[in-house]
Design a protein around this ligand. Structure first.
Ligand SMILES: NC(=O)c1ccc[n+]([C@@H]2O[C@H](COP(=O)([O-])OP(=O)(O)OC[C@H]3O[C@@H](n4cnc5c(N)ncnc54)[C@H](O)[C@@H]3O)[C@@H](O)[C@H]2O)c1
Length: 283
């Protein structure tokens, strides 16, 4: 690794598993010290123990405003400052269809996936200002933040709203020297995939392999993504390499949202041919 985050202090929510965990490991490899915030205490502690002085774990439920304030304070207590905030914790949220929307579930999903990101911005900004300098914020949206049909209504609305927040952050925070960007992962092999479809934990690995075979070939790049491939982009957005980048959302989806689903290009050519042939026949 190349020391891209040497000396930086980061808070990473959802750092006990999946994308967050891969990012914790990558940040530490790049020279950062990391505070891991998660509700999965056992996993989170095990990760911090393995990383020694470079990481600490703090039990953090991101739906609780006080907990977000506390994890920023923990970064200052442990490592003296904050340079990077990665708002990443989440789950599939309420999966009820629009025709049978669960109002409480919708609110809970927004609190988990959107309000937490807004509050992460709030408390990271306060700390950056206290330090008298800037900082960087990265937040996890999704391909479901760019298009419909990837997930349920609550998740889709929440992840679209994350992109609204980083646009607003660019307007309000860039003058303070704070950059804020989002990532939009596509189909990434993490435990969230099994949870989202109700597959029991003991069958999760088998299910992920099955998904990989079924879904991978349908993507332009021809395979599903790995958490490490998301972590690489987060390092870029957190580091000086992206110093002129704010308010953007980076899809990391093997090209999924770059193309139309299905075979529109082929179908429209066929339809045009059929129309022309029919028109000629009736002329
Ligand atoms: N895996 C994908 O395909 C995919 C695609 C797009 C977006 N995402 C997003 O990526 C982020 C990370 O998901 P992942 O795939 O790594 O899943 P994951 O289940 O592996 O990790 C999510 C982590 O968030 C933690 N968490 C859940 N609720 C929390 C809460 N209230 N407070 C604190 N921590 C909490 C979990 O304990 C877990 O450790 C989520 O925001 C998810 O919506 C994932």
């Amino acid at each position: 690794m190349t020391g891209l985050l040497q000396g930086r202090v980061a808070v990473i929510t959802g750092g006990a598993s999946g994308i967050g965990l891969a990012t914790v490991e990558r940040f530490v490899a790049e020279g950062a010290r990391v505070v891991i915030g998660d509700i999965a205490d056992e996993n989170g502690r095990a990760v911090a123990d393995r990383l020694g002085d470079a990481a600490v774990f703090v039990h953090t439920d991101v739906t609780d405003e006080k907990a977000i304030e506390a994890i920023i304070a923990a970064a200052v207590d442990s490592y003296g400052r904050l340079d990077v905030m990665f708002n990443n914790a989440g789950n599939q949220g309420d999966v009820s269809p629009m025709s049978d929307l669960n109002a409480d579930g919708f609110d809970r999903t927004l609190a988990l996936l959107t309000r937490s990101v807004a509050l992460g911005h709030k408390y990271a900004t306060k700390q950056f200002q206290k330090q008298g300098g800037g900082g960087t914020i990265v937040s996890t949206s999704s391909t479901a933040g760019l298009q419909g049909g990837w997930a349920g209504a609550a998740y889709t609305a929440s992840k679209h709203a994350v992109i609204g927040l980083i646009h607003q952050a660019a307007a309000e925070l860039a003058p303070l020297g704070i950059r804020s960007n989002a990532i939009a992962p596509g189909t990434i092999m993490t435990p969230i995939m099994a949870n989202a479809f109700g597959v029991p934990a003991e069958n999760a690995s088998e299910f992920l392999r099955y998904l990989e075979q079924e879904l991978g070939p349908k993507l332009p790049i021809g395979r599903v993504g790995l958490p490490e491939e998301i972590a690489d982009v987060v390092v870029f957005l957190a580091s000086e390499l992206s110093r002129y980048v704010t308010g953007v959302v980076v899809p990391i989806d093997g090209g999924a949202t770059a193309i139309t689903q299905g075979s529109f290009g082929v179908d429209v050519v066929k339809a045009a041919e059929e129309f022309s042939n029919g028109a000629r026949a009736s002329a």
